[in-house]
Design a protein around this ligand. Structure first.
Ligand code: SF4
Ligand code: SF4
Ligand code: FES
Length: 449
């Protein structure tokens, strides 16, 4: 049954006896939130469309015991909803136990231990022992391009990753295979992500509720460098890292950039630089390249990317436009190379004795196309783990300034190029289509972000 939804019309109902009024078209889940009732969910994600696959969120409607999934069903006038009683908690317990029966029992060694949606559901339903037999073996993790790790034996088949990769990013590097009990999440032709259209945006890892897709942790490798006395370690920090760190550390006080710099130094880094310097240097490179192409009749508009996944996107989906890609490096690589040269000259050190680590807020910045990369990109999550391991309470530290860059680093451009910044791969496709059709103004730089 479908009918026209009028969001200007209000609907009155009760949830666990509490009256609530919400606009027509509101889901039961959101109506319950309005009166501070949290219905448990697993497959649901606020930013993705509702497929109602797990059925954890079932509620009773209208006192007649009719069950409905709260994440996918709209409220209606006069309905009386019950979100919690013995019957519902038995149903939910059974669903969780059945998932656990098909899940490896190695929480202690899982990267999502204590931060897993399945684990917290089990805890809230008091499931400490599994009544079903469990013979699920963990499969070895598949590390994809040093960026993403997949452990499909831990997948709870919520489809969040499929939704985000197919519908939001429109990349389609993840899909589903088979039906009913054989239903599983896979990649086209079971290829590795490296051999697929994946652009390593990291969105699938961000939405996965369990430890089935996650970012590749390189903290052990970085600790090894930091603990090697013969090496120098230099950090570059993205401007928005402090904000990302705030939520990763669950800090009560504000983590300022200054406190974060002190904390990174405590980890053993010799220098901590502001990554926006590298962004300026990369901008000036782009300016030069634009002018050069204008003079020599090179392919325009010039396409550049804030991450190296952008080049994969263009080459995989628009190979005929690959000549529009900038030859330049991403700001992160510009930094890593320039700073090493400048620092080794200033301190009379071998280049090979300097390690650079870029701390980036987002997993998409971690991907690097270069196979022999010896420098690292760590996300806010990884940095938070390093602080935790070292027992550093970032918010309690004094403020420290960024180190200043040696004068022989390339100078930034006076003005950044007139660039159009395109956010997200769905929008990027629209822009690529206008370039295809020749309707895109040519004398400019397009930065896909
Ligand atoms: S990283 Fe992005 S493109 Fe690759 S599989 Fe995940 S969501 Fe899809
Ligand atoms: S890999 Fe994660 S996000 Fe994807 S279906 Fe499995 S549990 Fe859900
Ligand atoms: S959360 Fe509603 S069906 Fe999964």
């Amino acid at each position: 049954m479908s009918h026209h939804v009028d969001p200007n019309k209000n609907v009155n109902l009760t949830i666990d006896g509490i009256p609530v009024t919400v606009p027509e078209g509101t889901k039961i889940l959101s109506a319950a939130k309005k009166v501070n009732i949290n219905i448990p969910v697993l497959c649901e994600h606020p930013e993705l469309c509702k497929r109602a696959l797990c059925r954890i969120c079932v509620v009773e409607c209208d006192g007649r015991g009719k069950l409905a999934t709260a994440c996918s069903n709209d409220v209606w006038e006069g309905v009386k909803i019950v979100t919690n009683n013995k019957r519902l908690s038995t149903i939910r317990r059974t669903i969780i136990e059945l998932i656990l029966a098909n899940h490896p029992q190695d929480c202690l060694s899982c990267i999502r231990n204590k931060n897993c949606e399945l684990q917290s559901l089990a805890l809230s339903y008091g499931i400490y022992k599994n009544p079903f037999n469990n013979n699920v073996e963990s499969q070895p993790p598949k590390i994809e391009s040093k960026t993403i790790v997949r452990e499909m034996s831990k997948c709870v088949k919520c489809s969040r990753c499929v939704e985000v990769c197919q519908e939001v990013q429109a990349i389609r590097a993840i899909n589903t295979a088979n039906r009913s009990s054989e239903y599983r999440i896979t990649t086209p032709y079971e290829h590795s992500l490296e051999d697929s259209n994946c652009v390593f945006c990291g969105q699938c890892a961000k939405v996965c509720p369990v430890g089935a897709i996650y970012e590749h942790d390189q903290t052990a490798e970085v600790w090894e460098k930091l603990n090697n006395n013969g090496l120098r370690a230099i950090a570059q920090v993205s401007p928005d890292l402090a904000a990302a760190l705030q939520s990763e550390c669950a800090a009560e006080q504000t983590i300022t950039t200054g406190k974060m710099i002190s904390a990174i130094k405590l980890l053993g880094f010799d220098k901590v630089y502001d990554a926006s310097i590298a962004a300026e240097a990369a901008n000036s490179e782009l300016n030069r390249e634009l002018e050069q192409r204008q003079k020599t009749g090179g392919k325009l508009p010039l396409i550049s990317g804030s991450s190296e996944g952008v080049a994969r996107f263009v080459k995989n989906f628009y190979p005929d436009l690959a000549a529009h890609l900038s030859d330049g490096k991403t700001p992160r690589r510009v930094f890593a190379e320039d700073i090493k040269n400048a620092y080794s000259a200033a301190e009379k050190l071998e280049i090979s004795s300097i390690t650079t680590v870029s701390f980036v807020p987002d997993l998409s910045q971690k991907y690097t196309a270069k196979k022999d990369e010896t420098d690292f990109a760590l996300t806010a999550k990884e940095l938070a783990r390093m602080f935790k391991l070292a027992g550093i309470m970032v918010e309690t530290l004094p403020e420290a300034p960024f180190d200043t860059v040696a004068s022989d680093l390339p100078k930034a451009a006076n003005s950044p190029p007139s660039a159009e910044i395109v956010d997200g791969y769905a929008k990027a496709r629209e822009v690529m289509e206008t370039i295809h059709s020749g309707k895109c103004a040519s004398n400019r730089v397009i930065i896909l972000s």
